[in-house]
Design a protein around this ligand. Structure first.
Ligand code: TPP
Ligand code: MG
Length: 373
């Protein structure tokens, strides 16, 4: 961890650095608000899953800095592509938290989910690395059109073993596409540790094979994550092409609510990484800088709790969308005849008018089978 770019010290041995140019007091506070909102969403979602009110959920506890930092560096016109691990990132681009919670419940509103184009946020991507070529595609389209659209895709260390990662990296570099590849190296791909995933010492060095910069950063430091993304974006907008960022951290939480990491790793290790988690570090850093007080921190927390509580009520009032949506957004030109036929057939199958809300599991682990895996 010692060779990584970092701004937030530990108040003792590790010194603090002044925030980088471009992050004023109000920006730091806003980023802090984002972190608190992400954390509040995540903790609430886990509780909802335990109560049987949403399905299996992929938590990101401890990885909030790898989400809020880079997103804060991007412009609203830039596209971002989350994996399941950044599942609530769209709420920071104006998507109601209720829509995202409802996605985890099985349906996210009238249209199934949010419209990616409206918010420039790709759909939550569950298949590993398949969204990376998409991120390159939208930024390449922007380049062809001559606008300034850049893109960023989040993915894990495990995703770097997928062909899609290599294809996207190659394509982006050859065509000098303004894409940021943001790898959250949490050192685990479910039960597979990093050492069994790759023979390289770091993920960042994989960038050399594609002749692009590869940058390592403390993934538990949101400000460092902001800074490297900000610089990569500058290069991208200058026509210098893509960057691979490796945000080094640790998956403190289980892979998802259906996972029990005690079966494959020593949980004492996770405990050792816990003090480095971004929210308490950022809060202490801002307090040392005199930007945040106990009172303002409590106020921010209270607002986030209120927002998410309202989202939970709203989520539970969203009714099941009509079956049409399965067919309506496949082609821009509308439904071809075979879709009409399939829809007629689907409608002829008897089903209850209302889908019952998920009940609490009847036995431990019930309702947990393979959702995000
Ligand atoms: C193409 C594909 N293969 C396998 C899976 C099953 N799977 C779900 S998560 C995961 C691990 C991914 O690890 P990593 O890329 O490090 O991301 P993290 O979960 O740590 O955020 C796997 C193999 C999948 N979703 N998609
Ligand atoms: Mg991982």
């Amino acid at each position: 961890m010692s060779d990584l770019l970092r701004y937030i010290g530990d108040g003792n041995a590790l010194p603090d650095a002044q925030p980088p140019e471009g992050l004023k007091e109000k920006n730091l506070l806003e980023m802090y608000r984002w972190l608190v909102l992400l954390r509040t969403f995540d903790e609430r979602a886990v509780t909802l899953q335990r109560q049987g009110r949403i399905g299996t959920y992929a938590l990101y506890w401890g990885e909030e800095g790898t989400q809020a930092g880079p997103l804060y560096a991007m412009d609203g016109g830039d596209w971002v592509f989350p994996s399941y691990r950044q599942n609530s990132i769209a709420m920071l681009r104006g998507v109601p938290a209720a829509t995202i919670l409802a996605w985890w419940r099985g349906y996210g509103g009238k249209y199934g989910f949010y419209n990616p184009r409206e918010h420039r946020v790709g759909p939550i991507c569950v298949p590993i690395a398949t969204h990376l070529p998409h991120a390159v595609g939208v930024a390449w389209a922007g380049k062809i059109r001559g606008d300034q659209t850049a893109s960023l895709a989040w993915f894990g260390d495990g995703a770097t073993s997928e062909g899609d990662f290599h294809e996207a990296m190659n394509f982006a570099s050859v065509l000098k596409v303004p894409t940021i590849f943001f790898c959250v190296n949490n050192q685990w791909a479910i039960s597979t540790p990093l050492s069994k995933q790759t023979a390289t010492r770091t993920i960042a060095e994989k960038a050399r094979a594609y002749n692009m910069p590869g940058i390592r950063v403390d993934g538990f430091d949101p400000i460092a994550c902001w800074k490297v993304t900000h610089d990569a974006l500058d290069r991208a907008r200058n026509g210098e092409g893509p960057t691979l960022i490796e945000a080094f951290c640790y998956r403190i939480a289980p892979h998802g609510t259906a996972d029990d990491p005690r079966l494959y790793r020593d949980e004492n290790e996770a405990e050792q990484w816990k003090p480095l988690e971004p929210l308490s570090r950022m809060s202490r850093y801002l307090k040392r800088l005199g930007i945040l007080s106990d009172e303002s921190a409590a106020e921010i927390e209270g607002e986030a709790k209120e927002q998410i509580a309202a989202a939970v009520s709203e989520m539970e009032s969203i009714s099941h969308p009509d079956q049409d949506i399965l067919f309506d957004t496949v082609y821009a030109s509308g439904r071809p005849w075979m879709f009409e036929e399939a829809l007629r057939e689907l409608r002829s199958v008897e089903r209850p008018d209302e889908v019952k809300p998920l009940g609490p599991p009847t036995s431990p682990g019930a309702g947990e089978e393979g959702k995000t895996q």
